[in-house]
Design a protein around this ligand. Structure first.
Ligand code: SF4
Ligand code: SF4
Length: 84
């Protein structure tokens, strides 16, 4: 069974430092000083885990979701990626 990486951001913890965007080797995270939070480009993410490991406040989690499961996103919630 293969798995898809799912990027979860806890907005309440994010301090908008931009480290995740700076360190992502795939340029899969967009961030500028005018943005409140980073935005992920899921089509570019390989699930390497660098952003999860390097975020100074542990605001990012990379989850491995089996292809047999679907993913929905709740933009207004503190956690933007959720599983069903
Ligand atoms: S590294 Fe963490 S705190 Fe910094 S912008 Fe990314 S998610 Fe937010
Ligand atoms: S898991 Fe790797 S490729 Fe995906 S957004 Fe994080 S640093 Fe970038």
């Amino acid at each position: 069974m293969s798995a898809q990486p799912v990027w979860v951001l806890e907005k309440d913890q994010c301090v908008s430092c931009g480290v995740c965007a700076d360190l992502c080797p795939e340029q899969a995270i967009a961030f500028s000083r005018t943005m409140a939070y980073p935005e992920q480009r899921p089509e570019r993410c390989t699930g390497c885990g660098t952003c999860d490991k390097e975020c100074p406040v542990e605001a990012i989690r990379i989850l491995a979701v089996p292809d047999s499961m679907s993913v929905v996103q709740f933009a207004a919630a503190p956690v933007v990626g959720c599983l069903v």
